[in-house]
Ligand binder design. Structure first.
Ligand SMILES: Cc1cc2nc3c(=O)[nH]c(=O)nc-3n(C[C@H](O)[C@H](O)[C@H](O)COP(=O)(O)O)c2cc1C
Length: 328
């Protein structure tokens, strides 16, 4: 369960997945505080970064307490990807991760993200060019393949290894699958069996048990957790405790959940200002209370919040109103 990415050592190999619109500085800090050993940024457009003259606002913001941190890039032009990687290295990235998995049509239409899975020779060119451009480790996050007829994760991962990529994260769904169905852990297992560099498994890890199962079944060096962390940074505490052979702590109380949501909101306000933070907090707040008794009714109010005070009142009233058992 020891994960090595170049000279970076992560023990146990557990990571917060890159998540656009979710995994900004505010959320990464909370994940780290709950023991998450490794975090990734949201994906960043290589072209956008190069063209913006390095001004990229909150997307690039991080602090030392998030380290080790991987900055994820998406794009398709090797030279631009390399230039963007240099900017990120200079900015302080511990490693650069290349996105080969985003299924959003806006991205794949430009042959970026998951569409790169259709073009192994371009992938190899991007890998080599970026690896040559920076001195920090470069990693790749890919999908099983474009669709079920073209599952080629092992081929692309092999090219990555040959090109000097230091670790590969595999999301066991095809690009065409998006987030539907189950992730195919056989693909992760297959990639692990052909690579010498570390493999991080990803897809459907939502509990300590699932993390253990993924390590056991796939033989991978790390696991990456995405959706299950939304509104639940405690998942890292639980997974790490379990992997270390310690007792999984009891679930947080309702009061602790509400405190965490409000702390998240405060961090978001510092990062983006109250109006933007309030808009973004609407979805986070709903994730925090998901599964609790009465959550559906309070959700209607949370999706309209405009300020911290408003959110605090709704959430505190909610906590006081019911005998809410914590979500399982
Ligand atoms: C809201 C959201 C945003 C995402 N953004 C990114 C991203 O920026 N880069 C990336 O490589 N994957 C992204 N993903 C995919 C996740 O990193 C991960 O591969 C996927 O959610 C499967 O893992 P899970 O089953 O643990 O959620 C995103 C997923 C979600 C749900």
């Amino acid at each position: 369960m020891l994960l090595r990415i170049g000279s970076i050592t992560v023990q146990p190999g557990v990571a917060l997945a890159p998540m656009a619109g979710v995994g900004d500085h505010s959320f990464r800090v909370l994940a780290r505080e709950q023991g998450c050993p490794l975090v990734y940024t949201e994906m960043i457009s290589a072209k956008g970064l190069v063209m913006s003259g390095r001004r990229y606002g909150s997307l690039l913001y991080f602090t030392d307490r998030e380290r080790p941190i991987g900055f994820q890039l998406f794009g398709s032009e090797p030279a631009i990807m390399a230039e963007a990687a240099c900017i990120l290295e200079e900015h302080g990235a511990d490693f650069i991760d290349l996105n080969l998995g985003c299924p959003t049509p806006k991205i794949t239409r430009n042959s970026e993200g998951g569409a790169l899975m259709l073009n192994p020779s371009l992938c190899a060119k991007i890998f080599r060019t970026v690896v040559r451009a920076v001195s920090c480790p470069v990693t790749v996050k890919l999908r099983a393949g474009w669709d079920e007829k073209s599952v080629n994760a092992a081929e692309i991962a092999g090219l990555a290894e040959e090109s000097g990529i230091r670790a590969v994260a595999v999301h066991g769904r095809t690009v065409r699958q998006g987030y539907s169905g189950r992730a195919d852990w056989n693909v992760i297992r297959q990639v692990k069996s052909v690579l010498s560099i570390p493999v991080i498994g990803n897809g459907d890890v939502d509990s300590p048990r699932a993390a253990e199962d993924m390590f056991g079944y796939c033989g991978c060096d790390g696991v990456m957790i995405g959706r299950a962390a939304r509104g639940n940074p405690w998942i890292f505490r639980d997974v790490v405790s379990c992997l270390q052979g310690k007792k999984v702590p009891p679930p947080p109380s309702v009061a602790e959940i509400i405190d965490m949501a409000l702390k998240h909101f405060k961090l978001l306000i510092e990062l983006k200002g109250e109006p933007v933070a309030a808009r973004e907090m609407r979805r986070h707040a709903v994730w925090y209370i998901k599964g609790m008794k009465g959550a559906a009714a309070v959700r209607q109010r949370l999706i309209r919040i405009k300020s911290f005070n408003e959110a605090e009142k709704i959430l505190r009233d909610f906590a006081e109103a019911g005998e809410n058992p914590p979500p399982c």
